[in-house]
Structure formats: C-alpha cells, structure tokens
Design a protein around this ligand. Sequence first.
Ligand code: KIV
Length: 283
Amino acid sequence: MSEQERPYGGGTSDPALKRVRTRHFQRAKEQGIKITGLTSYDTLSARIFDEAGIDFLLVGDSAGNTVFGYDTTLPVTLDELIPLTRAVARSVARALVVADLPFGSYENGPDDALASAIRFMKETGCHAVKLEGGERSHKQIKRIVSAGIPVMGHIGFTPQSEHGLGGHVIQGRGDDGAEALMADAKAVEKAGAFAVVMEMVPSDIAGKVTDELSIPTISVGAGPHCDGQLMVWSDWAGFSRGRIPRFVKQYAQIGDTLLAAARAYKDDVDNAVYPGPEHEYGE
Ligand code: KIV
C-alpha cells in the first residue's frame, strides 16, 4: 500500500497530510488498510512516531510501569497521566492521540467516566479516550460517546483486572471464553466505540470477532486477522528490561544502545577523554 493510497495520508512529510480522525479508522477497515498504533508518553517519541506515519498514539496507563516504575498499572492516576498526554498531543501533526482512563477513574459509573474523559479532553488536547471492559463498561462508553468524545474499547486481557483474571492469562479460549469475548466486543460496538483493542486473545477467535464487528479491531497479541496492531513502544524498541511478551516483535535494541553509550561516556570522563578540545569554548 503506497502512502498516497492511504485514506488519511502517510507520515508528516507527506504533502497529502491529513490529521487521522476516527472516521478514517472506519474507512481503513472498509478498505482493508491496516491501522498502526504505538504507545507514547513524551514529546521525543511522539514526534518520531508521528513522522513515521504511525496512525495513532496511545498514552497508555502502561506509563504506570514504563514511566512511573510501578509493578502494575493499578496505581497510576489521572493526575499523573494528564501531563504525559498533553506532551504527546502537543507533539503530533497527524496521529490520533488516545488517552487511557486509569483504574479508578471510570468504574464507579457513567458520571465518573464522563468526568474523567472531560478532564483528558479539556486539559490535554487528546482526540479520544480508551477504557477497559466489554459488557461491564458499556454504560460508561455510551455516556462518554453521547458527550461527543470518541471511545476506544479494550477487551480480552485487561491489565487493570489482572488480579481478578488470575494474572496474565490468555482470554477467549474455549467455547465459553470465545462466547464471552464476542459478547464483550458486541457490547462495546453497540455502546458506540469507534474501535476496540483486543489483548492476548487466540488469533482465530480474534479473526471471528473482526469479521463480526463493523468497527475496527486493534490487536495487542491478538494475531494478524485484526484490523490494526498496537504495541507498547518500550517493549517494541527493546528499551524495557526483563521479560517481553511473546507477541512483541522488537524492532530495535535501544536499551543495549543506551547502556553501551552510558558506559562509554563514563569511561571517557574517568579517563579524561571527554570533553575534548572540540567540546570546549574559547574566550
Ligand atoms: O496501557 C497500555 O499501553 C495499553 C495497551 C497495552 C493496550 O492499554
């Protein structure tokens, strides 16, 4: 697919640049054009991903792990995510920016959910919000959408419920699992979401859900039959240390590059190699 054929232009150097809108997600599904997403939590990565033509950037509550150093996504708050989302939204010319509603900001009901979504929209300049849960979150999705705010759903493995789900467990397996996943997907679609993330779901089941839904499905470990793909950028770029999920393909080893650079810098300073004459100011 050439960049010119995309319904919403390619990277930011494309003269046919158009901002990606939720209607472009729909058009991409109808035309069989794959949608690409990455997480982003700061201006430097957001600018690069936008220039590369990544269609949407998710300021995920994975920031709880990647930015704030918590063990899970559960402690991260709206107040912590708002400045990160503002930085990302300010840095893109083309990509659609999606803000992730953190645990505790929408479960109490539709009023809380709308209030949290409004804070993101007013205080950050993001273009849409995401929240976890299928049938259990349909009222929240409906209320937010009715206020004119686009919502991306998130079903399958939902990290905010990892204790309820018994850990990082593949969802949608077996007849009952597949049925429950399909019911969640339909509830999200009916509530008015413009797209739905499916996380850690067998590829065949994800393919069936994708065929049944009219809105695009976005895979996080849900295989190739979904309408788009999303990865946590620090896993994708080899920045995260430790265990990486099976579904992640690493496109760089930034962590190793930074480690080698930091060691080389330390050696240079220890051995009076840096700064050299070329780094000094004269009078
Ligand atoms: O917070 C996040 O990064 C996410 C994706 C993994 C879907 O929710």
